[in-house]
Design a protein around this ligand. Structure first.
Ligand code: HEM
Length: 463
């Protein structure tokens, strides 16, 4: 058994300014694994309290989103994945030699190659590049509808949305359509996603331990994918996906990434591109399934798009531009249930916010949902009202942050928009649906998860 020693400082604080529950950072934890003596990075300890107010709201978000000369710095996917990979190599017992090559110090991951730069540099996630993916996105979505949705009276929306988004991510990030490989990865990705937001106590039975095992399994599979891709590139295959460009990327000294670094980057991207998009699709099904008035308006919009197309013709960029009402509904879905509830930052200097002094080096958790429900900007905040985003209505910076804000804002926003709207088009033009358990419990710590997978009863338009 792995034993971890933890030295812990804890400061508890709360205030009554915030009407809803949020997460409060309360201290830092340093841990050491008794097997290897490896230190695991200090992390914040957070607990759920009623009415705590910490870094949220417009003022808090300005602190937490700004980078560089200001008070906090971003801790993105890389660092969390990096932590997990270091831990995985120290806790997997007899498998540790196999994944030794995958150990990547988190600092190295963050400084040599930024994920943001890698996915932005070849312009992969920019609208002009995404236009090229749209037809393929639509055809993958159609195929999945035919295979998993059509002819069924009842389906579980969450697992099906995850199968779809993982297939899309594997296609566009890895250039792979292999369904068996995708099926093998699904449960591992779920474990990694949960582990990214858990306290890194790595012994059998903990969420973090499961995540480290899953991360190791994904990296092993990715190692094979990377070697296959390198071989095809050596034979002249063009770089047409993010993996190829990551293989070709160099740091300022002209060095390429190691296989482990590439696997870490790609795993971070797959996790980001898979679970958040699936969560947004799932909560679209939940909220719209309970609001026939909103469903009717979306159906009108999507039917107009569909009837303007020839038989079998795939969606194009102009079609997406016509889906304004549908996207406003998605904004409301993400405002009420943000797929990412918040993220970590690290204080670069001591600073005081709302009467609390945050010491340098402490990890801070900022929350999305409290910001997005501020009644000053979103009157009657619990109500779904897509007209909030009608043309011409703008919100002040840092008041609506489902995709974050500032320099660390989500680089996958446009990709997510296309994937979600393509899904909306395909599901709404085929079915009307009813949520089986309107009061289904939403679990998950930092990421909302419907506990039963959101079962829905389908009624096909063709019946
Ligand atoms: C509905 C879908 C999505 C939502 C709601 C979402 C939300 C967010 C948020 C809130 C952040 C900021 C985190 C922070 O400030 O620390 C973020 C960052 C990020 N997202 Fe997304 N995201 C989505 C989809 C995607 C997709 C599809 C990709 C990849 C293609 C992606 C890649 C990333 C990356 C790499 C970062 C880190 C950026 C950095 O640190 O500079 N996301 N996302």
């Amino acid at each position: 058994m792995v034993k971890c020693t933890a030295a812990m400082e804890v400061v508890l604080s709360s205030c009554n300014r915030c009407p809803s529950t949020s997460w409060l950072a309360v201290g830092s934890v340093k841990m050491q694994c008794s097997w290897t003596g490896n230190g695991i990075n200090p992390i914040v300890l957070f607990v759920e309290l009623r009415d705590p107010s910490f870094l949220h709201g417009q003022e808090g978000d300005e602190h937490s989103f700004s980078k560089g000369h200001t008070r906090v710095q971003n801790m993105g996917v890389d660092l969390v994945v990096g932590q997990m990979m270091v831990a995985s190599s120290s806790t997997l017992g007899d498998h540790s030699d196999k994944i030794e090559s995958l150990r990547v110090p988190p600092v190295l991951q963050r400084t040599r190659f930024s994920t943001h730069e890698i996915i932005s540099s070849p312009g992969f996630l920019k609208p002009e590049a995404l236009v090229r993916y749209l037809g393929k996105m639509d055809s993958i979505t159609r195929k999945q509808m035919q295979t998993y949705w059509e002819g069924k009276d009842e389906v579980k929306a969450f697992p099906l949305a995850k199968t779809l988004t993982l297939s899309l991510a594997c296609r566009f990030f890895l250039g792979s359509d292999d369904p068996e490989r995708i099926a093998r990865l699904v449960s591992n990705f779920d474990d990694v996603t949960l582990g990214m937001h858990s306290i890194p106590l790595s012994f059998p039975g903990t969420t973090f331990y499961r995540a480290t095992k899953a991360a190791a399994a994904i990296c092993k599979e990715l190692g094979i994918v990377i070697r296959e891709k390198r071989a095809r590139m050596a034979e002249g295959e063009q770089a047409q996906d993010i993996l190829s460009h990551t293989i070709l990327a160099t740091d300022p000294s002209g060095n390429h990434m190691t296989e482990a670094e590439i696997a870490g980057k790609i795993m971070g991207l797959l996790v980001a591109g898979y679970s958040q998009v699936a969560t947004a699709m799932t909560f679209f099904m939940k909220y719209v399934g309970q609001r026939p008035d909103i469903y009717a308006k979306i159906l009108t919009e999507q039917t107009e798009v569909a009837t303007a197309k020839k038989e079998g013709e795939l969606l194009d960029w102009d079609d997406i531009q016509k889906m304004k009402y549908s996207w406003n509904v998605i904004y409301e879905v993400m405002r009420l249930t943000p797929p990412i509830q918040g993220a970590f930052r690290e204080a670069l200097t001591d600073f005081t916010y709302a009467g609390y002094t945050i010491p340098k080096g402490w990890k801070i958790y900022w929350t999305v949902s409290t910001t997005n429900k501020n009644p000053k900007y979103f009157p009657d905040p619990e109500n779904i009202d897509p007209s909030r985003y009608d043309d011409g209505k703008a919100f002040p910076p840092f008041t609506f942050v489902p995709f974050g804000a500032g320099p660390g804002m989500c680089p996958g926003k446009e990709y997510a928009r296309l994937a979600i709207l393509t899904f909306v088009h395909n599901v709404v033009t085929r079915f009307k649906w009813e949520v089986v358990f309107p009061e289904e419990k939403i679990g998950g710590d930092m990421m909302p998860i419907p506990e039963k997978g959101l079962p829905i009863r389908l009624q096909s338009h063709s019946c």
